[in-house]
Design a protein around this ligand. Structure first.
Ligand code: ZN
Ligand code: ZN
Ligand code: ZN
Length: 196
């Protein structure tokens, strides 16, 4: 059972790598297939979440390596850097979606796409437009960004709970309507490790 699953995962990884290799070699005809595999391995993008992010992003945005679009996962930026290092100048590094710099790492994600460390730090906490506290901003409203404390009681967010009738932030929907955290029961499921 678990061996079968390992095999399926390996097949899935292989299929992803093949699709990624296809996108790369068609965008960069001078890039040998073997080099793509080595590049993915050296970027630790040949498996797991980076491989999935890379595959899904390239499937949805086949031009991601040449468009310079900052709305991409971190692994795309690393791949573009590796391509440029290998002499493929057609690969375009995205710039920070806030300050526009493209000569710096873009470790974080902001409202408009990837951002550099400096812009990320600047963005992470701001004065809440509603309560005035300095906090991480959860949503935009007419008066500015609002913090989580304000968000969870925001008129656009709260609903009358179908369970208890209180007006609160719903955590889920039942057939009868939205439910608050107190009224929600997590679904009972058989633990997967028990079935093995
Ligand atoms: Zn920046
Ligand atoms: Zn607030
Ligand atoms: Zn409730």
């Amino acid at each position: 059972m678990s061996r079968k699953r390992d095999e399926l995962r390996a097949q899935e990884r292989q299929a992803r790598r093949t699709r990624i290799t296809g996108v790369l070699t068609s965008a960069f005809p001078a890039l040998p297939e073997g080099e793509v595999a080595a590049m993915l391995t050296s970027l630790r993008a040949d498996r797991g979440i980076p491989l999935r992010d890379l595959g899904e992003h390239l499937a949805a945005h086949p031009d991601a390596l040449t468009s310079g679009d900052p709305g991409c996962p971190a692994v795309i930026v690393r791949l573009i850097q590796a391509l440029r290092d290998a002499g493929h100048g057609g690969a375009v590094l995205p710039g920070c979606s806030e300050c526009g710099r493209s000569d710096v790492p873009l470790p974080r994600f902001g409202p408009g796409g990837r951002v550099c460390q400096a812009c990320g730090a600047k963005n992470s906490k701001r004065r809440c437009g509603r309560c005035g506290r300095t906090a991480r901003i959860f949503a935009r409203r007419d008066e500015g960004g609002i913090c989580y404390s304000c968000y969870r009681v925001d008129p656009q967010i709260v609903r009358e709970c179908a369970g208890c009738g209180r007006v609160r932030m719903p955590v889920t929907r039942s057939d009868g309507g939205p439910l608050c955290l107190d009224c929600w029961t997590p679904p009972a499921r058989t633990c997967v490790s028990w079935r093995r």
